[in-house]
Design a protein around this ligand. Sequence first.
Ligand SMILES: O=c1ccn([C@@H]2O[C@H](COP(=O)(O)OP(=O)(O)O[C@H]3O[C@H](CO)[C@@H](O)[C@H](O)[C@H]3O)[C@@H](O)[C@H]2O)c(=O)[nH]1
Length: 477
Amino acid sequence: MVKLQVFFFPLMTHGHMIPFLDMAKLFASRGVHSTIITTPLNAPAFAKGVQKSNDLGFEMSVKILEFPKVDGLPEHCENADQVTCPAMLPIFFVATKLLKDQLEQLLEEYRPNCLVADFFFPWATDSAAKFNIPRLVFHGSNYFASCAGEQVRLHRPFENLINDSDEFFVPNFPHKVKLCLSQIPPYERAEGDTEFAKMLNEAESQLRSHGVIMNSFYELEPEYVDHYRNVLNRRAWHIGPLSLCNRSLEEKAERGKQAAINADDCLKWLDSKSVNSVLFVCFGSFTKFPSEQLHEIAMGLEASGQQFIWVVGKGRNDKETEDWMPEGFEERMTGKGLIIRGWAPQVMILDHGAIGGFVTHCGWNSTLEGIAAGVPMVTWPSFAEQFYNEKLITDVLRIGVGVGAKEWVAGTGGGNIKRDAVETAVRSIIVGEEAKERRNRCKGLKEMAKRAVEEGGSSYSDLNALIQELSLYPTSI
Ligand SMILES: O=c1ccn([C@@H]2O[C@H](COP(=O)(O)OP(=O)(O)O[C@H]3O[C@H](CO)[C@@H](O)[C@H](O)[C@H]3O)[C@@H](O)[C@H]2O)c(=O)[nH]1
């Protein structure tokens, strides 16, 4: 029998490349030949994962497209994480649009059975259609946020609100979910005149695509899986948590970029701590806080008296200096707090029994990794769909406490959160009766997540159904 061949084409940013690599590995482990499409400077991020899969006898490969030259981007910038200010992002997206011809040449040459392309490549639907190849969309988010965003766009419940703090309920929604005006992504409020709003409209090409792959599992958000499929009439398959395909310690430690800490040293530090006693503080691959905010976090963490691992440092604050560090902070925190300057082996850390709480920006990968590890969260959203994700965590699943972020700010974790708010939130996630109840709910979800990806589980079965459907699709050759 001829092998099914699927092409995976992620947006060049770590928050998308990481789950795409996991997804490609997962498909390969089910007998599909998975090919990742990327650009020269992003290719090394996939090399180890692909090699490991090949060593296990699974078929995986990488195909390279040259990153187009455009004015206005720093030299050698092929990854959205490298843009130096939010205003540069639209230029980055313009550059990615110029990949279209190269993609089409690849599709014409190899005629894969399916193209799974990033939500941020709306034009890929037409490219695939030219060769009668089904295109699936992956945006890296979940059913809850997708439904909320869609209902807000459709019903515009914010029309009559005036002040940033004015509140509204997400209309036509299974749960009562309340947000305030300043938490709505600007691209959902605009009339379609911003670059991002235009992109989102174009992204409606997902309606013309074969469907959407979600990094989620049915038991996590059943009402929203049903809402997405039956109320919004979208075709979708959920195959997550994708991070669970990384089973060995090595795979977990090597996920994403090169870690700024030795895995063994990190584990040794964690091994010396008691169960559920350490906070993990990390804001994803994109968020850059102003120095003043980093200072408040440091003061809040110290005042809370809790132990922590805090991922901060190189390129993660606006001035690239450590002027945010309170005097003598690191010395006072010796043994109690570990600062990682750069990339952390997040999944490896979250899975350690000593971790008792996760301070997160609510990026969906981090959120789901926290859920899969059974860790309660302090929620600190700042942009993209993160304010919706926060509501899922705090109000629907009830496994987190908000730090009080109210302001959607692109890329730079805004919100001006004071040290007292940090102190209160992090203490309440580790200590007290409510913390215990939250932790129990987390344990339940962790078990459900594990079962979902095991043979017969909801995600395992949805992936089977998808592969089966693709293998029946009329061949494009
Ligand atoms: O030091 C670090 C920092 C991050 N990560 C990993 O990097 C990924 C980060 O992804 P995510 O938590 O989703 O955050 P972002 O990088 O900010 O992701 C963007 O993309 C996501 C998927 O579309 C959206 O949900 C987010 O809102 C958007 O900001 C996760 O897998 C983390 O485990 C590490 O391993 N070590």
